[in-house]
Design a protein around this ligand. Structure first.
Ligand SMILES: *Cc1c(COP(=O)(O)O)cnc(C)c1O
Length: 377
């Protein structure tokens, strides 16, 4: 599904020397590379504050901790997402309110979101799933109208760009109250371990986030709020600082590979009797963290099995919508009909996509899809 080794080999000397620098300096925690990377990421994103932390899940948790929320407040989250987006809501004794997604983009349905708002609603967590931005303009309008915080889960879409109706553009993660991302190795900007970051344009909030991630202290040993210990270590920051320079090129490589798949799959199955290829929304670029097909007529599991038998890896992101996760049954409630989330969980199949994918490998995948298709139809 990924080729982290091939990607490493292309930048090996740069990475190796930056790791060696960290070891030579022995500044393993909060070393200079953390500050450098933070500054470079801020520049890349257009100048927002960046606070690094230990992983993407911590970023989401710290974001919620930084806002004035109290037990029982409702936080809206899409029902079709990775568990982390909703887990932190429950962890902080807030109430996850699950809403349905759009079948075309997999992202939060604006209509379902609007209908799920109650007097207890305090925040929305839109997730830019698979590498494409949610439709942020109407979402931000709704949030403004109801005084809600917006925490963007940007773990899968760093580098993607949203275009507003007046033509101005913004990077995903920089449009809401707070943006969160993950540097998990397989993410589009991944390190060689765990890492995460928060983004905000609000000066005071940035200070508060920094304080919470550092034991609730601004002055050493003076703790003004309950925080946590969540740091990006220097070695990971040094690796990320090298990889950030390649992020746009990585996104472009993923995009090229996605176009190749889509073109070929549309030739195999022009009327989408079996395969529905990813749809690119007009308002967002797509950085293809995943290349996710929808497989029609309950053939998904058979296709997955067929591909596995023929040496082609594929993954189901995600097999269960939130409403079917046992952990959430006692704490969450449905803010809308969650049919589409269920339909997505039942039909999605993600194909291998990464920066090192080449046409020869893609052709092997396409060949098997083609065989399966002719057997089925
Ligand atoms: C990966 C991911 C996270 C969590 O990131 P970690 O660094 O693994 O904690 C959160 N949300 C989404 C959508 C993700 O894909």
């Amino acid at each position: 599904m990924v080729d982290l080794h091939g990607q490493y080999l292309k930048i090996k000397s740069e990475i190796d020397s930056s790791i060696q620098n960290v070891i030579d300096s022995c500044a393993f925690i909060n070393g200079p590379a953390v500050k450098d990377f933070t500054q470079h990421l801020s520049d890349y994103l257009g100048g927002c504050h960046v606070v690094t932390c230990a992983n993407g899940t911590d970023a989401l948790q710290i974001a919620l901790m930084a806002l004035d929320l109290k037990s029982g407040d409702e936080v809206i989250v899409p029902a079709f997402t990775y568990v982390a987006s909703a887990e932190v809501i429950g962890l902080l004794n807030l109430t996850p309110v699950m809403v349905d997604v759009d079948y075309t983009t997999f992202n939060i349905s604006i209509e379902a979101l609007a209908n799920a708002i109650t007097p207890k609603t305090k925040a929305i967590i839109p997730v830019h799933l698979f590498g494409q931005s949610c439709d942020m303009e109407p979402l931000l309008d709704i949030a403004k109208q109801h005084g809600l915080y917006v925490i963007e889960d940007n773990a899968q879409a760093i580098g993607a760009e949203y275009t507003f109706s007046d033509g101005h553009k913004a990077k995903t993660g920089t449009m809401g109250t707070i943006g969160c991302t993950s540097f998990f190795p397989s993410k589009n900007l991944g390190c060689y371990g765990d890492g995460g970051a928060l983004f905000t344009n609000d000066d005071a909030l940035s200070e508060r986030i920094q304080m919470i991630a550092n034991h609730g202290q601004k002055i050493k040993y003076h703790h003004s709020v309950i925080g946590c210990n969540s740091r990006l270590d220097t070695m990971q920051a040094a690796i990320l600082d090298v990889k950030l320079k390649h992020l746009d090129e990585y996104c472009a490589a993923r995009y090229t590979a996605a176009q190749y798949y889509t073109h070929a799959i549309k030739q195999i199955d022009p009327s989408e009797r079996l395969f529905v290829t990813p749809v690119e929304a007009t308002y967002s670029t797509h950085v293809y963290h995943q290349y996710t097909l929808k497989i029609k007529s309950s053939h998904r599991d058979k296709l997955k099995e067929y591909l596995t038998k023929n040496g082609i890896p594929s993954m189901i992101y995600y097999p269960l919508p939130l409403q079917e996760q046992e952990a959430f049954k006692p704490i969450s409630h449905a803010g809308s009909n969650l049919m589409v989330a269920k339909q997505c969980a039942d039909s999605v199949l993600s194909l291998p996509i990464h920066t090192e994918l080449n046409i020869e490998i893609q052709n092997l995948v396409i060949e098997q899809l083609s065989h399966f298709c002719s057997q089925c139809l």
